[in-house]
Write a protein that binds this ligand. Structure first.
Ligand code: APR
Length: 320
């Protein structure tokens, strides 16, 4: 059987890391697309030259021509600009909306059967716009945010408890922004929910609140340190987990920015929710009952996402 084809739209920091991970994990043959001439070609060649040493079977090609993504099984979109210190993700809206238009049209023309994972920020609005511009089925277009946000939460919790990150699960809902909703009662260490661990004296509520806030600010913390761009290792690793779930029909339960129509009382919106990812794309949205405080936080996050979607419609009349 032919290897799957993975198209990476954007060959910057995240795009290059995605290509490296996809090759090392032998997820398929990789095409790196970018508007910058030479960059995708240079990264693809450099990575291909690591192949004999790393020992992977995958071809890597760099291109500035959308025709080369033809027949892609998965497209991962990072095209656009990242944040600089002091910027919020929302500050990227105007520039990255234009990028989503050209990327959406490129995917529509050359890879209409692909499973599309958007990483470009502001995430929830950009995945919505990308779906609109591409016209692909909604279950085949999804945003990567929750896997990253929960990975950050898990990492911070593992440091607090002094336990393996593998034994920490985390549950994060809502938009990929300052209003994201880490759900502590569904986050566990070895199956024990966080509120129980507070009762058991493993940590205090204050410390837990500080970890939740650090998770919300996780992206800004990295931007503040790097100064020239935003996080790329953890975002790329998170998107690869989603791509693998699709390509291998793993039916993984992963938090993603998915189209929600009916669940959570929402009428058609891209926002972070737990999903099942398999060969059908987003095969299921896991609708859970929220407590009063949780619902209030989720509503606030949903309102922020709706505001960004309206802003997109204001900028590009074809989306209205
Ligand atoms: N089409 C294709 N590629 C584009 C386009 C376009 N219209 N516009 C910009 N690019 C490319 C740039 O040339 C660059 O190589 O997108 C790439 C972005 O790479 P980086 O600047 O390194 O950004 P990165 O850190 O990879 O983040 C990309 O993901 O997490 C989000 O906020 C982040 O929106 C940002 C995106």
């Amino acid at each position: 059987m032919a290897r799957p084809r993975i198209a990476l739209i954007g060959a910057g920091q995240i795009g290059g890391t995605l290509a490296h991970l996809a090759a090392i994990k032998e997820l398929g043959d990789v095409v790196l697309f970018d508007i910058a001439e030479g960059v995708p070609q240079g990264k693809a060649l450099d990575l291909a030259e690591s192949g004999p040493v790393a020992g992977f079977d995958a071809t890597l090609k760099g291109t500035n021509d959308y025709a080369d993504i033809a027949g892609a099984d998965v497209c991962i979109v990072t095209a656009g600009v990242p944040r600089k210190p002091g910027m919020s993700r929302d500050d990227l809206l105007g520039i990255n909306l234009k990028v989503m238009k050209s990327v959406g049209e490129g995917i529509k023309a050359h890879a209409p059967d692909a499973f599309v994972i958007c990483i470009t920020n502001p995430l929830d609005a950009m995945v919505w716009a990308l779906r609109e511009f591409s016209g692909l089925p909604r279950e085949k277009v999804v945003g990567m945010a929750g896997v990253l946000d929960s990975a950050r939460f898990r990492h911070f919790l593992s440091l607090e408890f002094g336990v393996s990150m593998r034994d920490v699960t985390a549950f994060v809902l809502g938009g990929h922004g300052d209003t994201m909703v880490p759900l502590t009662r569904y986050s566990t260490v070895g199956g024990i929910p966080l509120p129980d661990l507070v009762e058991m004296g493993w940590t205090t509520q204050d410390k837990l609140d500080a970890i939740v806030q650090r998770t919300r600010d996780g992206g800004a913390e990295i931007v503040g340190l790097l100064k020239t761009g935003s996080a790329f290792y953890a975002p790329a690793t998170s998107a690869i987990e989603m791509a693998e779930a699709y390509l291998k029909d793993q039916k993984r339960v992963l938090p993603c920015a998915a189209w929600v129509d009916g669940a959570f009382g929402l009428k058609g919106l891209y926002v972070g929710v737990p999903t099942v990812i398999g060969a059908g794309g987003v095969e299921r949205v896991v609708d859970i009952k929220l407590g009063r405080d949780e619902q209030a936080m989720f509503d606030k996050s949903v309102d922020a996402v709706k505001g960004l979607v309206e802003a997109c419609k204001g900028i590009d009349g074809t989306l209205a």
